[in-house]
Structures are given as structure tokens and as C-alpha cells.
Design a protein around this ligand. Sequence first.
Ligand code: NAG
Length: 260
Amino acid sequence: MLSLIFSVLFLSGAIRASSHPHPLDPLTAAELAAVGTAVRASPLIPARPLTFHYVGLDEPDKADVISQLTSLPRRALVIARAGGQSHELRVDVTNVSSPAVLWHAVHHGAGFPRFTTADEVAAAALPYKYPPFVESVRRRGLDVKDVGCGVIDMGWYGGGESEEARWGSARVAKMQCFVASGTANFYARPLEGVVLVVDIERMAVVGYRDRVVQPVPKAEGTEYRADKVGPPFTGPAAAPGVVVQPEGSGFHIDGHVVRN
Ligand SMILES: *[C@@H]1O[C@H](CO)[C@@H](O)[C@H](O)[C@H]1NC(C)=O
């Protein structure tokens, strides 16, 4: 089984801790842990499972940041899913030993929080167990183990005039598929004509379309990695160059603050 996960994982680099934390500094590991503790312990969201779709700094007002007369409270904005609902919370983590949920609301408007990697992994496994999809792959003379599907779009179809509006405000996503054998560049080999619609909440295929059979582009000539494509990309390396700033870099980095 081959799964294509399209989410981008932001890995924070090792950023040197500053002796003077700035009010707009991102949440620290200890603050993030405190947010998790407070939200899981909150009686406001008893339903389980509870998944965190966004946790970030709840930025203080600009005027307060500029004046910096007092040390500002540290707060997090949280978007979570539980019990089939989207929850928004503000959590005070000024003291990470006693975090407090300050505000909570259930979101009833348009849209859903972005998918988690766990959502995408579970969705990517569904097509292989969906007989119409397996048949579509077979009809194209392909091996199902060479095909991978991924969640491409955000999946809000509620309210509009479109055909998709029949999915209403369900938490659904369209999936598209690619042939990944023989190339690192699977985007160049789409399985044209095939679209699956997945209800992420129920983790089930709820819509399927195989509207046209087109040839899958060949794998040859799709290589893009410089070390694999051959000359001129694999020739001798260019001579090294040197950039000199005799008076220094002209800026200073202190924690997350950059000053000139
Ligand atoms: C932080 O919270 C803990 C636990 O409630 C408490 O013992 C401690 O005094 C608090 N620290 C400050 C600076 O308020």
C-alpha cells in the first residue's frame, strides 16, 4: 500500500533562547504542553477523541506590544475537534503550572479546521478497500499497489449552488490519485478522470467518479532530481564564491527578534 501525504510538516529549527522573551515569540514546548493539559482537563469538551488541529500564540494587542510597559500574559489560540464539532479556545499559559481556559466556543459557521496528518493517512488507505476504485485501476491496466491517493483540497462544499452542495456541510475532502511507480515525480503521472470524495468524520468513501480513461503519462523523462538527471546537472561543481561584509552582517538576532 502506498500513501501520499500532502501535508507540510513544519519542523522548527533550534532557535536560540533569548534572555529577553518577546511577547510575539511562538509558544514554547512547555507552553504547548500546558495548553494540551488544560484543554484535555476542561469540562467544556467532554467528548473523546479530541484532536488538536491548530495551536498557536494568541497575539496580544499591537499597542500593548509596542508599549511593553508591563509583562503581557501568554495566551494560546486552539482549534480542536471533538464530538463532531469544531471548538475554539483561548488558554492562558502565563504560568505553565496552572494553565486556564479563558474562553470556549463551538464553531457553527462555514469551514472546518485543516486536516491532521492522521486524517490524511487514514483517508489514503480507503481507496484500496473500495471496489469501484480497484476496478477503475484494473481497467487502466495498472497495478493497484503502484497507485496512491491523497487528500488535495480543503473540502468545504456547504451552502453553494454546486453539485457538491449535496454533501452539505459534512467534513469531506476530494482525493486524487497518481501512479507512483517508476518515478519520484508522481505528480507527473495522474490517474486522470478518477475522483474520490471521503467523509473524514466517518472515514468512508461517500462519492466516486470515474468519468474518462486517459493514458497515464510515461515515467521516462520525469526525473527532476539534479543528482539523477545526468549532464549538464551532474558536471563538475562551479568554483566556490565568497561574500564579504567587512563591517559585519548589519543585523543582530536575539531569540526571535531581528534588529538592524
Ligand atoms: C504557578 O502555579 C502554581 C500551581 O498553581 C503555583 O504553585 C505557583 O505559585 C504559580 N506561580 C506564580 C508565579 O504565580
